[in-house]
Ligand binder design. Structure first.
Ligand code: CP3
Length: 334
């Protein structure tokens, strides 16, 4: 995995999956029957056990820590809840330029000590050959949650603040970017070998808007961590953003399934590694179909050094485990 991040030759393509520990796994559902999601995230022993069990069950080549994008927002002043069946809710969203002042920049990472302890416990539980991936949400995706108060289809409140109150927007994005930067570095200090920045919803923007309203902030969020370790920069939804994502930073660019991997790599530039990009919906089919699509993605990577196999976005909760195992076997056997 680490050699692939540096585009060095590898004996086979490394593989891990976004959301590899989650509701599709019966073992995870058993843990969640006993503890609420945020309780699990704030319990480093249990959270690390969930990921360690998953890594051993699946035989993947990397362990992302078990956490979420949104806990960073609590010490910044957001009232966060994971309501059953609804996903995340923020009860005090930032709706106007005056609200932006309410968001506190994170200087002191002590309130997120449970995340660093989770990194340490996950690192301690694994063979040296398996890297631990720390992660954070990218400034746009986190700003979107702060403004909308939850997941959104069109991110209209977010765009309205961005277009109508540009100074407040940059103020908000700057506070988040500096907080994320410290958070990623703290995860490296705690023992993570690399970090991933998730810009899960930025694909709703045009390239021009990305450049003006997002790129400088994402660049700042990654810059310190990138001096010390590989950074995976991941976004979904808009392949036209790929050259700009590469410009913002990341030694590895995460690719979703809406573009052929070979075309994506050309857009990103062959001086970067890429991660992706099987459509998670393929995992809802059957092992033979999964194998066929997996081999197609590998063929698109063309054996070029610097490909990390992953999905184009997180595993869907209704995914059969046997299909996930078929994917991993196909990558390892190719
Ligand atoms: O890979 C892993 O399994 C590690 C853990 C991980 C979770 N969330 C656990 C989780 C990671 C890396 C994330 C990142 C995350 N969180 C993202 C970025 C990835 C992406 O999909 O784009 C986003 C957008 C979130 C925000 C979030 N967290 C949403 C929208 C939801 C609800 C919808 C859903 O997919 O469940 C969550 C909850 C969440 N995060 C769960 C898990 C295992 C499910 C909680 C439960 O047990 O009910």
């Amino acid at each position: 995995m680490m050699r692939a991040c540096r585009r060095e030759p590898v004996e086979r393509t490394p593989v891990w999956l976004m959301r590899q520990a989650g509701r599709y796994l019966p073992e995870y559902r058993r843990v969640r029957a006993e503890v609420e999601f945020m309780e699990l995230v704030k319990n480093p022993r249990l959270a690390s056990e969930v990921m360690l069990a998953t890594v051993h069950r699946l035989g993947v080549d990397a362990a992302i820590i078990f956490s979420d994008l949104l806990p960073i927002l609590e010490p910044m002043g957001m009232d966060l809840e994971f309501a059953a069946g609804e996903g995340p809710v923020i009860h005090n969203p930032l709706r106007g330029p005056a609200d932006v002042e309410r968001l506190r920049e994170l200087d002191d990472l002590d309130p997120l000590g449970f995340v660093m302890e989770c990194v340490q416990a996950t690192r301690a539980g694994l063979d040296d050959s398996i890297p631990v991936i720390g992660f954070a949400g990218a400034p746009f995706t986190l700003a979107g949650y702060c403004i909308e108060g939850g997941t959104s289809r069109a991110w209209l409140h977010t765009k309205s603040l961005m277009y109508c109150h540009e100074a407040a927007w940059h103020d908000l994005m700057g506070k988040i970017a500096r907080s994320v930067s410290r958070y990623l570095v703290a995860q490296l200090d705690a023992g993570a070998q690399l970090v991933q920045l998730f810009d899960s919803w930025v694909g709703c923007l045009s390239p021009d808007d990305y450049r003006r309203y997002v790129l400088p902030h994402s660049r700042l969020a990654m810059a310190e961590a990138a001096k010390r370790a590989p950074v995976i920069h991941f976004a979904t939804g808009n392949p036209a953003l790929l050259p700009l994502l590469a410009e913002a930073g990341g030694s590895v660019i995460g690719i979703d399934w809406r573009i052929n991997l070979s075309d994506a790599w050309r857009l990103v530039g062959h001086d970067r590694a890429v991660q992706g990009n099987l459509d998670p919906a393929v995992l809802l089919t059957d092992p033979d179909t999964v194998r066929r699509h997996t081999l197609e993605v590998l063929a698109q990577a063309g054996g070029r050094p610097g490909h990390i196999f992953n999905l184009g976005h997180g595993i869907l909760p209704q995914t059969p485990v046997e299909n996930v195992l078929a994917l991993i076997a196909a990558v390892k056997g190719a």
